[in-house]
Design a protein around this ligand. Structure first.
Ligand code: TRP
Ligand code: ZN
Length: 880
């Protein structure tokens, strides 16, 4: 495949397109041995381009070109050049019609980009650059066209034929074939094109918009999944209402369709009017989906729906602007999830992901700004930085402007840029213009990579009653970026008195009444804030709600952590104080003698959490989760992964032994009666009882074992059944482990989503997921190298979650991962490049490990014909 180095694309080299395409007329002839694509483009010179009469250049990838015609006249071989990745027509008039016929083989497409087959149906994935795998086209988001698509296929194998927009014509073609024609009235970039053909059942519903229009809602799934659509459909209707109420956004087409496919590289895709979902991100039933899955589905359905405005009506000028749509849309979907669920829990979940994985990315060799300046392969930039940090950046604008000004800003943005392909700068400008605020320094959040560090110190002047808080910011160097400027950081602060009361934050300029919470704005390198009128030294509650994606360093004492854990009125900071305390205790045990003591105050704090049922149980359920080993590694300087794992386990077992009776009582108290529902209250109860079970089984508690077995057999929902399975699998009861795993598989083997759960429970467990067992899972008949979900649930879960096994000191885990990456590089480079991630963090680890990780990376680097995707990740990791 590849012999030379892939090219780097630079934002600074952006030029407007030389040619625009006003309309695209497509005809797909779908056959079992291939598909013929007829495309007719109405092309004209771009008046905004200074390229003049430049040659026409269209992108292509893996296409067999059958013919080219200009204004109806076939071109001879000398009149165009087919370079494989480009089709070049040297001389073209100012305006013309170009017709191209290509032949493609969806049945052999394992990359899952462009048109491919998944369990017998045809489907597409065009973002970011998949449309060029279908036909020659200017495959860039600033070329927006109106699409008309005719799909032709065998009628009995593919009764359902879908594309974007409205169906305008259908009919028979003879010989058992039929067609449907779709027309999308809204101009769109080609990455939003979609086509589906299959034998699918249709689920229908209606939504009446705020202006009284009835929208046809349709879900298309394989017949065996017909009963798993209700939750997604309800989520869709909730999202549509919410976007009207919160952002004033009404849906625009007459039909909105969702399709579920089993083989999909990512979670879901917002194609105009025809969203395509990974089955695991849309199908759910009480018996087969966990609470986590239900919530994830609701969030992803919302996310894709919200893209209709933040992404489709207003799209990206180029792929450097990816966070324009992704950051904003993630912000929107997390606001939605917070509104329909528990806001504090949602914030805890988001921050956990951010601090564990995005901070690691920002501190690693692939660190990049929210708006990158260069890339080799754009698929590698669908990252936590673009999505999650990008959402945090929008959230900070929301915090700085307040909800009303923010809404004025989003209204202006949608109105000003409807139908356009724009930049993150345009987004910020709309926010500035609507609010009158100056966000010029704030823009650095888009340009500078790396997680800012805030060093906080304080002193109390008892004579004058002044509390002085000093905050110094610094931004670490990242590959290719040094000497960064201070950023504009909103820092939410509260001060607590010794009885836990909220103290007024009185600045010198203030009159008598001062608020008990303030958002301080940091813009310089160092700030000193003075709070007046205090009788005692307060306990500071810093960065409430995690008001900015930064690391805070402050010399908290354990007393202060315990105090905040039980008194901070900010639920998020209560949780955070508990996490910090647990981190502090675990860190003090890393490498310490086996018999070194564990702070009794931790046990007391957890006992209080478990037994005081007057506390917010949803918050308690989260506070009980010890910081993950991945987070502890992220916090470490030179991480000894096995030692971190061991210290964490020691604390968990210590807590479980000390709190054994409280855990049993907690389990019994949370055994619920009543019908299953996915409400914050019930989710909290299930989470509490499953945490209790997991802990009891860590200490080989016989009663816990019986409770787990009973729950495994009798539960009426997947959260409890899987909770019991996981607890037993991670216990020392070896025969139980084998038996429940077998029973579970026996029962659910026909359900791919459940089998994926079954794989990952094993792959993520240090008991059931050691390398020989992982190898056996890869040989299991339910495993499939062509299915990204299966790969993620075994290989991904092993390398990402099973830290004890992956970081075996002999390097076997690293070598195993390198082997799988090399194997996948040929069939699915996008997935291969994502799987490399754990190895890219090699510098984070103690020398013995990092050397082995590095040589695993070098083995991947030396594979011949490495894809551009893996090339970029591996080379940047070795260089950074
Ligand atoms: N735009 C999609 C989303 O965030 C992301 C996506 C779906 C994607 N499939 C992809 C990105 C394939 C790259 C490749 O909702
Ligand atoms: Zn998205």
């Amino acid at each position: 495949m590849r012999t030379n180095q892939p090219q780097t694309i630079y934002l600074s080299e952006y030029r407007v397109p030389a040619y625009l395409v006003d309309t695209v007329d497509l005809r797909f002839e779908l056959f079992e041995d291939g598909t013929r694509v007829h495309s007719t483009l109405a092309v004209r010179r771009n008046p905004e381009s200074d390229a003049g009469a430049a040659p026409l250049e269209l992108d292509g990838d893996s296409l067999v070109l059958e013919s080219v015609a200009l204004d109806g006249k076939a071109l001879s071989e000398g009149e165009y050049e087919d370079r494989g990745d480009k089709l070049i027509v040297e001389s073209v008039p100012e305006q013309f019609e170009l017709s191209v016929v290509t032949w493609i083989e969806p049945q052999n497409n394992t990359r899952l980009e462009g048109l491919y087959k998944s369990s017998g149906m045809f489907c597409t994935q065009c973002e970011a650059e998949g449309f060029r795998c279908i036909t020659f086209f200017p495959d860039r988001p600033d070329v927006m066209s109106r699409f008309r698509t005719r799909v032709e296929a065998d009628k009995s194998a593919y009764p359902v034929l879908l594309s974007n927009g409205n169906d305008v014509e259908r009919g028979d073609l003879g010989e058992g074939r039929h067609f449907v024609t779709w027309e999308d009235p809204f101009p769109k970039p080609c990455y939003l094109f979609a086509l589906v053909a299959g034998d699918l059942v249709e689920k229908r519903d209606t939504f009446t918009t705020c202006s009284g229009r009835d929208i046809d809602l349709r879900m298309y799934v394989e017949p065996r999944n017909a009963e798993k659509c209700d939750h997604a459909m309800d989520s869709l209707k909730r999202s549509m209402r919410w976007d009207e109420e919160t952002y004033g956004r009404e849906y625009d087409l007459e039909i909105f369709m969702i399709v579920a496919v089993d083989d999909f590289n990512m979670g879901a895709m917002e194609n105009k009017g025809l969203n395509i979902f990974n089955s695991s991100c849309v199908l759910a039933s009480q018996e087969t989906a966990t609470d986590v899955a239900f919530q994830r589905i609701e969030a992803i359905v919302a996310h894709e729906y919200f893209h209709n405005w933040s992404g489709n009506r207003v799209t990206c000028r180029d792929w450097f602007q990816l966070s324009l749509k992704e950051g904003f849309t993630v912000f929107r979907d997390s606001q939605f999830s917070a509104d329909v669920g528990s806001p504090t829990v949602k914030r805890i979940e988001d921050v956990n992901v951010l601090r564990t994985a995005q901070f690691a990315e920002d501190g690693g060799p692939m660190a990049h700004p929210v708006r990158p300046a260069s890339y080799m392969e754009i698929s590698n930039f669908y990252t936590l930085t673009i999505y999650e940090k990008g959402a945090e950046v929008v959230r900070m604008i929301h915090t700085l402007l307040g909800p009303d000004m923010f809404r004025k800003g989003s209204d202006l943005y949608f109105q000003r840029h409807d139908g356009q392909a724009v930049t993150t700068d345009d987004f910020v400008r709309a926010m500035e213009d609507a609010s009158g605020r100056d966000l010029s320094q704030f823009r650095l959040w888009y340009e500078q990579a790396g997680t800012p560090v805030l060093d906080v110190s304080d002193e109390f002047d008892s004579g004058q009653g002044i509390y002085r808080l000093t905050i110094r910011q610094s931004i670490p160097d990242t590959p290719g970026q040094t000497g960064k400027k201070p950023q504009h950081i909103p820092f939410a602060l509260g001060l607590l008195g010794s009885r836990g009361e909220s103290l007024p934050l009185r600045l010198e300029s203030d009159s008598q009444d001062a608020p008990t919470e303030r958002v301080l704005e940091l813009t310089g390198e160092t700030h000193v804030f003075e709070f007046h009128g205090l009788n005692e030294c307060p306990v500071p509650s810093l960065l409430r709600q995690f008001s900015a994606p930064v690391r805070v360093r402050y010399p908290w004492t354990r007393e202060q952590m315990l105090f905040l854990m039980s008194h901070d009125p900010d639920g998020f900071n209560r949780w955070d104080a508990g996490q910090r305390l647990a981190v502090d205790v675990i860190q003090s045990l890393i490498g310490a003698p086996k018999d070194s003591s564990i702070d009794a105050r931790l046990v007391a704090a957890y006992r209080h959490l478990i037994s005081d049922s007057s506390l917010d149980q949803a918050l308690v359920a989260n506070m009980l989760q010890l910081p993950s080993a991945a987070y502890l590694i992220e916090l470490a300087e030179s991480a000894d992964a096995p030692a971190i794992h061991e210290a964490r386990e020691r604390v968990l077992k210590h807590l479980a032994i000390a709190l054994r009776d409280d855990l049993v009582a907690c389990y019994r108290r949370n055994l619920e009666e009543g019908d299953y529902a996915v409400t914050p209250e019930q989710i909290a109860r299930r989470s509490l009882r499953n945490t209790a079970l997991a802990w009891l089984l860590q200490i080989n508690d016989e009663e816990g074992r019986e409770l787990a077995q009973r729950q495994f057999r009798n539960s009426d929902n997947m959260t409890d059944r899987l909770g019991a399975l996981r607890a037993l699998v991670n216990s020392d009861y070896e025969e139980d482990r084998e038996r429940v795993l077998e029973e579970f598989y026996e029962r659910f083997q026909e359900d791919p989503q459940v089998v994926e759960q079954w794989f990952s429970v094993q792959a993520a467990s240090d008991r059931a997921g050691q390398l020989p067992q992982i190898r056996a899972l890869l040989e299991h008949r339910a495993f499939d190298w062509k299915n990204p979900n299966k790969i993620r649930s075994v290989v991904g879960a092993f390398a990402g979650q099973n830290l004890a096994a992956f970081h075996r000191p002999d390097g076997s885990g690293y070598n195993f991962l390198a082997d799988q990456v090399c194997r996948l590089d040929d069939s699915n480079p996008q997935i291969a490049a994502r799987l490399v991630t754990p190895l890219t963090r090699w510098k984070k680890f103690a020398p013995a490990h990092s050397e082995l990780m590095k040589s695993a990376l070098e083995r991947i680097r030396d594979k011949s014909g490495l894809s551009r995707d893996v090339y970029e990740v591996v080379h940047k990791s070795l260089a950074g």
